[in-house]
Write a protein that binds this ligand. Structure first.
Ligand code: NDP
Ligand code: 2IT
Length: 446
């Protein structure tokens, strides 16, 4: 078996040199899905995984724009259209200086499996730019978004490819992107999700990823006869996903001890309650300041500069910042301090070595493609509402989100429950694969 997996990975690697994040995502899937494929006659010999690692289409383009000093700036824009077997391409846009082909291909690849798990008809894609919104004025961000969309608009559409937000792309950016698309096409359509509620957005979409990851963790705990009440939680990041994961943890009776950004983490031993979270939301979303400001207002809290929060003792860890932010040393630290559950809010935040160690120690671990699927799931519900030209209430959308997270948990159990351990990585990868592979087989070699 190991030989077959190695052979497959070496073939993929030959064509995707210098793409370490993409190869990391493919390796994780290959290691869990190939052993399943070889036991199934319908999949074996069809080269389905080899087809799935090849994007259906990749677009790379120049984004030129003029900054506030009237200097011409040039960024690179991308859209990876990975797989459309079960629906139009769907996935976020990331604006961050680290964005490159490898990072977007790993995100697009994961998105294919994640979207399949939601049970909604969405294929997988991802895009973005190496543009850094940090420190830019609103008008600079607007000019960049307009220039970006002036090329992207010809590749997307409400039945073709529907982008949304990700790191560096929130409500403000989606607004500017939508405005430019509408102007270029002269049509009001559901071409993006994460829109404002008064212009086609869905209630609960901003909250969905953070709420969803906590609902998923609750499912894992319930499966063990446990719950979130009185649990201590360590969260990284302080953006969209981290904020709403914090809110839901507090709502469900857990105590959130940390949040972070790329300059360090804050520790609040009394717990980050609703009032403190409101302050953080204002700090990060309106003022766009650093998390270190928190300790100026709440003097009992500590700021640890240039450090990650994984050495803080906790029951549950929820990484919500970025890929590979939790390595094997961090995992050892969490295990040593008695952490029993890890649920990924971010995409691929744990390194492969960290995952191997976590699984070896048999603690509960949910990979992002299962546990952070709530965001894209509510994006799918936003698309459904746009098609119906109707809006559902908060309660209706939240109820559907809960049900979807619970269904994803059941799918993971179906394919990942071994004798004495539930391997959610295996469960999520095989469940996602089966849905996409069946559609690909039905549609022939295309
Ligand atoms: P935001 O831009 O709102 O927030 C990102 C947060 O992560 C910030 O606190 C940021 O700190 C921190 N961060 C980003 N890059 C790094 C880095 N290289 N090192 C340390 N910290 C970093 O993004 P989101 O909250 O939307 O996204 C967070 C994660 O969740 C990403 O992995 C994303 O792909 C994933 N995700 C998001 C979904 C969504 O609906 N938004 C859906 C599913 C997954 P700083 O401000 O200092 O950069
Ligand atoms: O990684 C993700 O799932 C997202 N950034 C959300 C994608 C979406 O289309 O809502």
């Amino acid at each position: 078996m190991e030989k077959i997996i190695k052979q497959f990975l070496s073939e993929v690697n030959k064509k995707n040199q210098n793409e370490p994040e993409f190869m990391q995502a493919v390796t994780e899937v290959a290691e869990t899905v190939i052993p399943y494929i070889v036991t199934k006659d319908i999949y074996y010999g069809q080269n389905i995984l080899l087809r799935m690692v090849e994007p259906e289409r990749v677009v790379s383009f120049r984004v030129a724009w003029i900054d506030d000093n009237e200097e011409i700036q040039v960024n690179r824009g991308f859209r990876i259209e990975m797989n459309s077997a079960i629906g139009p391409y769907k996935g976020g846009l990331r604006f961050h200086p680290s964005v490159n082909m490898s990072i977007l291909k790993f995100l697009a690849f994961e998105q294919v499996f994640k979207n399949a798990l939601t049970t909604l008809p969405m294929g997988g894609g991802k895009g973005g730019s190496d543009f850094d919104p940090k420190g830019k004025s609103d008008t600079e961000v607007m000019r960049f978004c307009q220039s970006f969309m002036t090329e992207l608009f010809r590749h997307i559409g409400p039945n073709k490819d529907i982008p949304a937000g990700d790191i560096g792309v929130g409500g403000r950016e989606i607004g500017y992107l939508f405005g430019q698309y509408k102007r270029l096409k002269n049509e009001f359509s559901g071409v993006l999700t994460g829109k404002g509620v008064s212009w086609g957005g869905s209630l609960i979409r901003p909250e969905a990823t953070g709420y969803g990851v906590v609902y998923f963790i609750d499912e894992m705990l319930k499966n063990n006869g446990d719950g979130l009440k009185n649990k201590s939680v360590v969260i990284s990041g302080s953006g969209n996903v981290a904020q709403y994961a914090t809110e839901k943890c507090v709502d469900m009776g857990a105590k959130v001890l940390t949040l972070s950004d790329s300059s360090g983490y804050i520790y609040d031993g009394d717990g980050i309650n609703k009032e403190k979270l409101e302050y953080i939301m204002e700090l990060k979303n309106d003022k766009r300041e650093r998390i270190s400001e928190y300790v100026k207002k709440y003097s009992k809290a500590e700021f640890h500069s240039d450090k990650k929060p994984w050495s803080v003792k906790c029951d549950i860890a929820i990484p919500c910042a970025t890929e590979n932010e939790l390595n094997v040393t961090d995992a050892k630290e969490l295990l040593k301090n008695g952490c029993k559950t890890i649920g990924e809010g971010a995409n691929m935040p744990c390194t492969s070595d960290a995952i191997k160690l976590i699984i070896k120690n048999k603690i509960q671990y949910a990979p992002g493609k299962a546990s952070n699927a709530g965001g894209v799931a509510v994006s799918g519900l936003e698309m459904a509402q746009n098609s119906l030209k109707y809006t559902w209430s908060r309660e209706v959308v939240d109820g559907k989100l809960k049900e979807i997270m619970s269904d994803i948990h059941s799918s993971c159990l179906k394919y990942g429950a071994d004798k004495d351990y539930i391997n959610y990585v295996k469960g999520a990868n095989i469940a996602g694969f089966v849905k996409v592979a069946d559609a690909m087989l039905a549609q022939g070699v295309v």
